[in-house]
Design a protein around this ligand. Structure first.
Ligand SMILES: [Zn+2]
Length: 66
């Protein structure tokens, strides 16, 4: 089951999180996603899971103007 999830993530199928838009010094870095940190608390941000760099405030990605 876990392997299926990993394959789905690697293939980009059913990807629930935004792909990391940040440039990385390592050109060989695998495609990866952003996590919301902190999960609970003030001022959540999308954070690159590879570099730990904050990419954008929560709501700045995939948000539609309303
Ligand atoms: Zn990244």
């Amino acid at each position: 089951m876990a392997q299926d999830v990993q394959e789905a993530l690697r293939d980009g199928a059913g990807l629930a999180w935004p792909p990391c838009p940040l440039p990385h010094a390592d050109d060989d870095v695998q495609p990866h996603v952003l996590h919301v940190l902190p999960d609970l608390g003030p001022d959540p941000h999308w954070v690159c899971e590879e570099s730990g760099t904050a990419a954008a405030p929560l709501g700045a990605l995939g948000a539609t103007a309303s």
